[in-house]
Design a protein around this ligand. Structure first.
Ligand code: ZN
Ligand code: ZN
Length: 440
């Protein structure tokens, strides 16, 4: 097990014992195989070979997600059944990482002339904060070019920017109907599966139940309403999805606001509910919100209305909007456009974010990686842009390259994570040839 465990962190093992042990185990293998190695603070390390002014980096990670429940085999005892290997990490990222490592080992053992330095860099915190890789770039020179074997083939040469904006509202409201609270969403980068509101108003439970029954019969959601001491409690359920593709989910919170907006709320409650129901609802590409933008290479800006917090007693209520944006958009313009909306008293941005990352498809490295893929698989190579983030973005000329092949069943982060053993061999062959082509 090598998931981050802060409860067991020490000075010597800053992310807990698992990530450290996985890193030292990897470095011991690399040393056994004759590579020069370095361990930086038990956070990140590398195996090195070759000489040259330029450095080719391969960026993998040995941390992983916790196993969770529902496994048919021991997640930490790799088991091969019907050509598939089952264990936590076999597809994210220990399996692809070792396939790339063996690709490098093949190049080394063939004694081929290396015209660049090659560093196989292993992070231990990819699944959370990239602590290890951040440390690497603080203390080591940035490699010239490279790839991360932590996604899919043919390759990923573009990753959208990522920023969360917060719309701020006051809570005080009094009218026939009065909103006590409105809450939905667990994470900014997830579509809220459900949302709940407490409110009071001149309506009976029976009437409210009838209106809710009408609403859910017309919409793709379910809901319940209860009453306690004159306060109604309504919950709407939709469907969760990853926040980088909000159009794949059914946002329980925006549907709840749509349902509530038929009642006569006033003041801050009306402001809060109206902006959700009239503007944010189903506005996955921020057209109504006024931020729609499509880059011909990187595709459209997406917006996930991810976390909703409203309390009548609070002066600080928010809606968190997670944006994935292509080149051509910047965070200042996102903030400025949101400030034009009527309703919010203020707009702020999250401290951490990613800017868009794009390596042109005619970059010689991208051309080489695609041509090796085509030669080895007989399939057509093409560029791919995603809304998520991989280590590829750490290098100016960095991409993600493998190891999922087209048609692959993606079991990353899930119970019974597996990889086809044959795919690891195919990937290792691609990596070996790609490394050689990039350093010859
Ligand atoms: Zn990964
Ligand atoms: Zn992962």
């Amino acid at each position: 097990p090598s998931f981050r465990d802060d409860s067991q962190a020490t000075d010597d093992a800053p992310l807990g014992p698992g990530p450290k042990q996985a890193l030292t185990t990897f470095l011991a293998i690399a040393e056994r195989d004759g590579f020069k190695t370095k361990n930086i603070d038990n956070l990140v390390g590398y195996a090195e070979i070759g000489e040259g002014d330029e450095t080719l980096a391969i960026l993998a990670h040995v941390d992983e997600m916790p196993a969770g429940n529902g496994w048919d085999t021991d997640p930490f005892e790799p088991t091969i059944k019907d050509g598939k290997m089952y264990a936590r990490g076999v597809s994210d990222d220990k399996g692809p990482g070792m396939a790339a490592y063996y690709g490098l080992k093949i190049v080394k053992e063939l004694g081929l002339k290396l015209n660049k330095k090659i560093r196989f860099i292993v992070g231990t915190d990819e699944e959370s904060n990239w602590t290890g890789m951040k440390r690497y770039f603080e203390v080591e020179p940035a490699p010239t070019l490279g790839f991360s074997p932590d996604a899919m083939f043919p390759l990923i040469n573009g990753e959208k920017g990522n920023i969360t904006a917060y719309l701020h509202f006051e809570g005080q409201n009094d009218g026939d109907f009065s909103l006590v609270s409105f809450n939905g969403g667990l994470r900014e980068n997830m579509v809220p599966e459900s949302a709940s509101a407490d409110f009071t108003g001149p309506i009976t439970l029976k009437e409210l139940e009838a209106k809710l029954a009408d609403f859910v019969s017309e919409q793709e959601v379910t809901g319940q309403v209860t009453e306690e001491a004159g306060v109604f409690h309504v919950t709407i359920h939709g469907k969760s999805a990853h926040g980088m593709m909000p159009q794949n989910g059914i946002n329980g919170a925006t549907y709840l606001a749509l349902f509530l907006s038929q009642f006569d709320f006033q003041g801050n409650a009306k402001t809060y509910l109206d902006i959700i129901a009239e503007t944010l609802h189903k506005d996955f590409f921020a057209e109504k919100t006024g931020l729609a933008y499509t880059d011909p290479k990187m595709g459209e800006l997406t917006m996930n209305a991810g976390v909703f917090n409203f309390s009548k007693e609070s002066e600080e209520n928010t809606i968190a909007l997670n944006f994935r944006y292509p080149q051509g958009v910047d965070t200042d313009s996102i903030k400025a456009d949101l400030e034009k909306l009527e309703g919010p008293k203020a707009v702020s941005l999250s401290e951490h974010g990613h800017v868009p990352h794009y390596v042109p498809v005619d970059d010689p490295m991208v051309e080489t990686l695609l041509s090796v893929y085509e030669k080895q698989t007989g399939l057509k190579g093409h560029e791919q842009i995603i809304g998520g983030g991989t280590f590829g973005r750490l290098l100016k000329r960095g991409v993600a390259y493998g190891a999922m092949f087209p048609g692959y069943v993606n079991t990353m982060h899930q119970a019974n994570e597996f990889t086809e053993v044959e795919d690891l061999y195919r990937a290792a062959a691609i990596y070996a040839e790609a490394i050689y082509e990039l350093i010859k």
